[in-house]
Design a protein around this ligand. Sequence first.
Ligand code: IVH
Length: 662
Amino acid sequence: MNLKEATQRAAQLREEINRHNHQYYALNQPIISDFEYDILLQDLIAIEKKYPSLQVSDSPTQRVGSDITEAFVQVAHKYPMMSLGNTYSVEELREFDNRVRKTLDSEPEYVCELKFDGTAIGLTYIDGILHQAVTRGDGERGDDVTLNVRTIKSIPLQLQGKDYPREFEIRGEIFMPFAAFERLNSEREKNDEQPFANPRNAAAGSLKLLDSKEVAFRGLDCFFYHLLGENLPFETHYDSLKYAQQWGFQVSEYYKKCTNIDEIFDYIHHWEDARKTLPYATDGVVIKVNSYAQQRRLGMTAKSPRWATAFKFKAEQAVTELLSVDFQVGRTGAITPVANLQAVQLAGTTVKRASLHNADQIALLDIRLHDKVLVEKGGEIIPKVVGVDIVQRPPNSEPFSYITHCPECGAELKRDEGEAKHYCPNDAHCPPQILGKIEHFISRKAMNITAGEATVELLFNKGLIKNAADLYKLKKEDLQYFDKWGEKSAENLVKSIAESVKIPFAKVLYALGIRYVGETTAKKIADALLSIDALANATEAQLLAVDEVGERIAKSVMAYFADESNRQLVEALRQAGVQMVAEAKEQLSDALSGKTFVITGSLSRPRDDFKALIEQHGGTVNSAVSPNTHYLLAGDKGGSKLQKAEKLGVKIIGEDEFMRMF
Ligand code: IVH
């Protein structure tokens, strides 16, 4: 295929993939299988790889995001992002309707919509191409999160049809469906990270991640509900939603025209219950005057439009008896107290258990056994105990005494200063913790071994694996223990384990699960110390010299290697062929020897390319600007790093100047 043929084929593929994205994400009606879709995408990736000039920024291949991380640039909203008046009361909603009718002196038509519980986003499109995505911020200015938003598959990078305005803004709500939320939180708990309290926080947090590749894995989604621009080709909000849908935006199908307040109440009453069956969180209903002319007549207050309001659903609560308290030991040893309750109906489900969070929370609410407790299910999936009815307290009750020893292994619990949770320090022998370590070891960002949690648990419970190194001893025949375990899946697992010995040392280091050594730190340590032996014998001073390693991490690394069982594990992994040495870097010159660089802003190529160049010429790359930085390599839109470099008088260079250095 020559360049001309490749150009044609790429354009064809892009159009086809965009069409399928629209079918799948906006219309929920895929017309080809996932497998067929993947083939198209792989074809396009292959062409763009061969001819990088064809890799345009709005190509569907760019959805996976890039590695560029940058503090966000602030952008002024063209139209301020206002909030909405809201109410929980039927009476106030009547008053809203009365005010509207009085001002207009006629009967308005309304549109009712669900109020999605996520985080607001404003997208600008120019000539049908996604130009910029900005968060609410303070309403006047928000963060430019375009790179992250591009990874959300239901957001069109290029619009369908031709009749869209040349430039306009569309606003919507980015949210995390319940399923993605639960998956994310269980992964976070396993990795010793604080779980998100609810899908809204998870969505907002994900949108502000610095690594858009990671955003792509978070399963975010978006519904659109507000169009802004000059000379829009319609005169009502209802029509704007219809058009938006045609252009490829995902608009929730549940909007409805209502011509009087009773119809609005019917809509609210219906959704008060029906919303419980939706796969994403909603926290109310938004009521908007349909006609743009009428909206203009009603105008705005300083904070919100007078033509719209929100009716919010109450968080549901129930009272029930606290029967007993269980203590769960997490994968990292963290202890979570869980209330066993007299079964009670709440938000459409029977609730028998609820979270009590930690010892402080129990003490704060003075929760005692056999109390009548108030349970709430708000945006959160797991209900929580939010209060106690002291009046109904049994006369002989006593303050709750928290456990002192691990319910799984009997070790004495510890609690670090400033930490909310107790934890079991017996990480080498406490069963849920061993299992957690193995699960972390095989996870996607670590050794990327394709086994599910259930499989690992089964292998562990059957005694086939006692630690991560045992995985490498598994044979296809060992998996005969499993009912219904097909020969093919057994073969795949064994193959995936065998493949993992090729995983680079930095990831192996992350896979070991040394406390506080996350993905980035592992990479920094691997780059600096180059082998597990050097690391195991490193002094504290040597560790502290590594970029981003502070005392807490250095101490944790030393404690890890001081433990004989950890050294044995490392040895067993080495015997199995797992990489314990960093790959040798190709050295081209020493032109940059002794020079430290920091990279910022968007450059013409991925940041890793520049990092590789610097290292190949003997220089080092750090993540933060400090007085020791020699050069800041700055692309477009450099944020806080640029400011810091200017302040510290660090030399700032562009791409051209940089390339001339070697
Ligand atoms: S309309 C001027 N419609 O709720 C009109 N907002 O509390 C602006 N929201 O800022 C918003 N679902 O983040 C609108 N169907 C919907 C919505 C919705 C959720 C959010 C949005 C807004 C906030 C107001």
